[in-house]
Ligand binder design. Structure first.
Ligand code: APR
Length: 311
């Protein structure tokens, strides 16, 4: 029997993630959205691509959660993107409500699944989903670092004209302007990147990585990135389904690692069938440690806004 993956939110990120999993042919997919007809239409359209691409998986769309029962992995992408005239707090509260209610439904039907959050602001939404679900950090975590790292690796590979697979890097911290690309641990075919690219240029590439999401938004004008985000979350889905024990940057509730407590922030973690198997505590330079602290403070500020609303 195939494993089961539910994707909540049939918008750009969710539908593309569902498509990638369906096309892999290794899992059955349930696509959920609040808009009537949207997940059903997209799922049927994808199903009808099966004979052409050679996938025998099933994919269905629904507006309720019964069909999601006993999912092995649930990806939460539901939410709204920021629109002109909206403050960051407006986005925070709206998505908080959406992610909260979706999480309640998801855990009701899949109490033993692994949940991966994608909705922004990612770190705060992951923390909120974690508290609503009562799950341990092992089974609920967020996707951001894989995407940020993929952007960093893309830019470095372009700069050096090498294969993307040869660029090894990590981007840690919150998924925002304060993210922390670990230049000190980045290597290209085993050679430290600082030996290959002058520091001024490297700083420009780091900045472009930090602005990576904004660069896409300003090009698209009506939405945000979804091809790379969906690829990134599917890498995490596959690490769980195939019990890969893969080390990826993930947004995880920290319990003293990196000197941070009770806060969801991006760190390298080992991912397998049970979810987060281990948080990898790598040695940071003092500059990186400082940047990670700054980044976690930005996440903390958002959480405070959320908590003040609740009180
Ligand atoms: N339940 C289910 N689906 C919902 C709900 C809800 N309560 N509220 C909204 N949705 C759906 C919308 O109907 C929409 O189809 O979530 C979908 C979001 O899709 P898009 O607007 O296309 O947004 P997308 O680009 O997919 O981004 C989704 O991922 O990367 C992040 O910042 C991004 O937070 C955003 C999320």
């Amino acid at each position: 029997m195939r494993q089961k993956v539910t994707v909540v939110g049939a918008g750009n990120v969710g539908a593309t993630a569902a498509q990638r999993v369906f096309e892999g042919g290794y899992a059955d997919v349930v696509l959920v959205d609040i808009v009537e007809g949207l997940p059903q239409g997209k799922a049927l359209d994808m199903l009808e691509s099966g004979p052409v691409i050679g996938s025998n998986s099933s994919i269905i769309g629904t507006n309720t959660y019964e069909e999601t029962a006993d999912s092995d992995v649930v990806v939460i992408t539901s939410g709204i993107a920021r629109k002109p005239g909206m403050s960051r707090d407006d986005l925070l509260f709206t998505n908080m409500d959406i992610v909260g209610s979706v999480t309640e439904q998801v855990i009701k039907y899949s109490p033993n699944g692994v949940i991966i959050t994608v909705t922004n602001p990612l770190d705060a939404m992951t923390q909120h989903a974690l508290s609503v679900s009562g799950f341990s950090r092992t089974r609920l975590f967020g996707m951001a670092g894989v995407l940020d790292t993929a952007r960093f690796r893309t830019f470095l590979a372009q700069e050096l004209n090498v294969a993307v697979e040869d660029v090894h890097a990590y981007v840690l911290g919150g998924h925002g302007d304060t993210m922390v690309p670990l230049v000190g641990s980045t290597n290209v075919g085993g050679i430290p990147v600082s030996n290959l690219i002058p520091s001024d240029r490297l700083n420009e590439i780091v900045q472009r990585t930090r602005d990576g999401g904004g660069e896409i938004v300003s090009l698209l004008k009506t939405g945000s990135a979804f091809y790379a985000p969906s690829a990134a979350v599917v890498q995490m889905v596959e690490a769980v389904l195939f019990d890969k024990h893969q080390i990826v940057p993930a947004c995880v509730l920290l319990d003293g690692e990196y000197g941070i407590n009770n806060l969801c922030v991006g760190v390298p973690a080992k991912l397998g069938a049970s979810g987060i198997e281990e948080v990898i505590d790598i040695k940071l330079t003092s500059e990186e440690q400082k940047a990670l602290k700054q980044s976690s403070e930005a996440v903390e500020e958002l959480l405070e806004v959320m908590n003040n609303r609740n009180s």
